[in-house]
Design a protein around this ligand. Structure first.
Ligand code: SAM
Ligand code: SF4
Length: 328
């Protein structure tokens, strides 16, 4: 079987597919308040998304993550999950803001989704509303519990930490994860898209700072556990919960990068922090239903994968795409 290997001898095992650019939240680090979303004709259909996932699996990819935008606002998402769920993946995951889980969690689990990451940056309802601009904290908490009731194990929370906004809640978030038997990853904000809400240079909070806040309360022991993603994991002596750090700035993870992304427009992005890409939608629409043409385009894209990203923390926008376009 052909596998996907780039020019730096990194094997691509993991694809993140964005299924929509739309969202019911407007998180301050992800979107601007006023967003214009893509017209329907420009985004991949459910059939095209399913075919893209199948092509990657046939090329040796072992892990697929559906993301967005908010994947649970895409109509037909449960159907898409059940199609991808038949592909025999080792790991089939979704990143969600959690609101749609009360409605969808059971169908996702029954459809073969194996893991969920749920974003949660604050446990204070007012602060949560400010960070998400529109979000209702209680709906997210209900969503987390619905996911657990539906049989999802090892649910992971994702928290983006912004200095002066939610860094005072780091230990509270860890304690919530411990109580609810969840893992949690803390993410450094990335300079994607021009956000008007805050100066990223001022809000930057490094993973080392977050780790120090946690260690003042709970000593952390490093583990070699991996979910094929960029998180570095730690454990606490008295809990099953794992603590992860995603540190694109302070601990560059490019040398072990095994990931590519497909945007909702069908652009295969070889690196989150660069613009190198191939237009898979053009291939899909020029050769409808032709799996070989799609797979060839993916294989031929591999030499475009750059060695590393060049994010800095000086507040400049380095990539003009917003995160909701890219698929976080
Ligand atoms: N809507 C879903 C959610 O929020 O989980 C999935 C898409 S969201 C773009 C995926 C992840 O990216 C979320 O955990 C979010 O917090 C994170 N994210 C968004 N913008 C970011 C940024 N500028 N830097 C770092 N992480 C970001
Ligand atoms: Fe929506 Fe997720 Fe972006 Fe927040 S981080 S605005 S929930 S896509």
């Amino acid at each position: 079987m052909t596998t996907l290997i780039d020019d730096f001898n990194r094997r691509v095992r993991y694809v993140r597919i964005s299924v929509t650019d739309r969202c019911d939240f407007r998180c301050v680090y992800c979107m601007s308040e006023e967003m214009t979303f893509l017209p329907r004709a420009q985004i991949l259909t459910l059939e095209e998304l399913s075919m893209v996932a199948r092509a990657f699996v046939e090329l040796g990819v072992e892990k697929v993550r559906l993301t967005g935008g908010e994947p649970l606002v895409r109509r037909g998402i449960a159907q898409l999950v059940s199609e991808i769920g038949t592909l025999g993946l080792d790991d089939f995951a979704m990143t969600t803001n959690g609101v749609g889980l009360v409605k969808h969690a059971q169908a996702l689990r029954d459809g073969g989704l194996t893991r969920l990451n749920i974003s949660l940056d604050s446990l204070d309802a007012d602060k949560f509303r400010q960070l998400t601009r529109t979000g209702d904290l209680h709906k997210v908490i209900d969503g987390i519990r619905a996911a657990r009731d539906a049989g999802f194990e090892r649910i992971k929370l994702n928290a983006v930490v912004l200095k002066g906004r939610n860094d005072d809640e780091v230990v509270d978030l860890v304690e919530f994860a411990r109580r609810e038997h969840l893992d949690i990853s803390f993410i450094e904000e990335m300079p994607l898209g021009d956000v008007s809400d805050h100066s990223r240079a001022e809000t930057f909070c490094s993973s080392d700072e977050v780790q120090a806040l946690i260690e003042a309360r709970y000593p952390l022991v490093p583990t070699t556990e991996s979910t094929l993603g960029p998180s570095r994991y730690f454990r606490m002596a008295d809990s099953e919960s794992r603590i992860g750090f995603i540190s694109p700035h302070s601990h560059n993870f490019c040398s072990t990068c095994n990931r590519v992304r497909v945007t909702v427009e069908g652009r295969l992005l070889l690196c989150l922090g660069n613009e190198h890409s191939v237009d898979l939608r053009a291939v899909l629409r020029r050769h409808p239903g032709n799996m070989d043409a799609l797979k060839t385009a993916i294989v031929e894209a591999m030499p475009l994968k750059p060695e590393r990203h060049h994010f800095t923390t000086d507040g400049d926008v380095q990539v003009v795409r917003f995160m909701n376009m890219t698929g976080g």
